[in-house]
Design a protein around this ligand. Sequence first.
Ligand code: BG6
Length: 492
Amino acid sequence: MTNSYKMNDNFLWGGAIAAHQAEGAWDKDGKGVSIADVLTAGAHQKPREITDGVIEGLNYPNHHGIYFYDTYKEDLALMKEMGFNSFRTSIAWTRIFPNGDETVPNEAGLKFYDDLFDEMIKNGIEPVVTLHHFEMPYHLVSEYGGWTNRKLIDFFEHYVRVVFERYKDKVKYWITFNEISNQANQAEPSWVSDFLIWTNSGLKFSKDATVEQRMEAMFQAGHNELVASARAVIIAKEINPEMKVGAMLNVAPMYPATPSPADMLALQKAKQLRDWFSDVHVRGFYPNELEKLFQRTGWHSDTTEQDFIDLKNGTVDYLSISYYASSTIKATEGKKPSLDDPTSISTAENKFIKTSDWGWSIDPDGLRYTLNELNDAYPNLPIMIVENGLGANDELIEENGEITIHDDYRIDYLRSHIKAVEQAVAIDGIPVIGYLSWGPIDIVSAGTGEMKKRYGYIYVDLDDLGQGSNKRYKKDSFDWYKKVIASNGEQL
Ligand code: BG6
């Protein structure tokens, strides 16, 4: 389909993965155990269990991923064939510092990423690298209690300094904390909020933890991560001023369930509960309503004067975002929406929006809407889309002696979302600098641990138990995306 819009010649087109969902080799070459290594396999509506350490006999899908640790050369060759000029992955902190609190890094881990980044550069692919993507060292949880402990700021700073020094001439675009705002909602204790506070901050609450205790811990962990991120920005500028360090937010636009004042107020409070992460990242200080909240509740006890100086000096160079779905907000029956009581804010169904097989809403207009909202809040800050895509169950079929996958549903999803991005750029003037879709090659799902929730242009022949040939096959979307890139977004 020819489209009237086209991106600039320097637009970044590519895809994104995370180390723990792809690399496998979880205990190879000195790697330590990460918080992703203790997540068992789940399924849609079946939570992944967080075990106390690795227990023999259980199924831990991240232990094998798609064996990218050994296959990255052939996988990158396929990305190159599609025309990628950028590829996002993360560094597994546990390959560099197996426990997180060592002083001397693991040379084998550093060497692996040297080779991986060299291979990308050789293929004309710009690396975009996340420092903290759901896989901090497990030891920092079991010994230090996760991100509520301020010592983690120093451990992270040390790790960051080592990798910035090592890769300063190879990697320009860095991302600090993946989807840092995901953990904001601790109002409804559920497996989803338990999962997100684990992946983001390494926190595990006891069953009887109150909402107040959960919120306080979330605010403290979030603060420590924001300070750690700010310090990373400051260090990057010392080491190589050309490096660009970005925040990473999951941006689901929020709609009110009705135009009632109560629902509008709930919507505003829901946004305030989430958007302070990006406010601090971008502006370097907390918004007024949160300052007031902390004064009333004491939810922000462990901070120093230096933290606030660092936050001011370490604002990000760009925003990176993931976009999958939108959400709809309403006031909880019988409650006045307020930040002090997040249980006063609830989510609602939206009859105007369809959902995927995994229950995620499909809302391309929401992407354009959200890009505009971000630009209104943070004018002219470059935005890189580093995740977007459809998780779907693909069927491998044999046709005329060839194995293929007809994934027109994925093409439809991506086409409508890329179109929304192009409209945001061409009509609304939003400075979007790249589009890197999620999981260009099938990987283990973060939320469910399944292989069958696939996002890729490239099919990986592995099942949920990690069994299969591990061969790669091109889906129909492979050639489609290749044309999109070759035409700079004109051929959708
Ligand atoms: C984002 C994460 O939340 O969504 C990724 O940054 C994740 O790690 C992606 O894989 C899609 O989620 P899921 O649960 O379908 O893998």
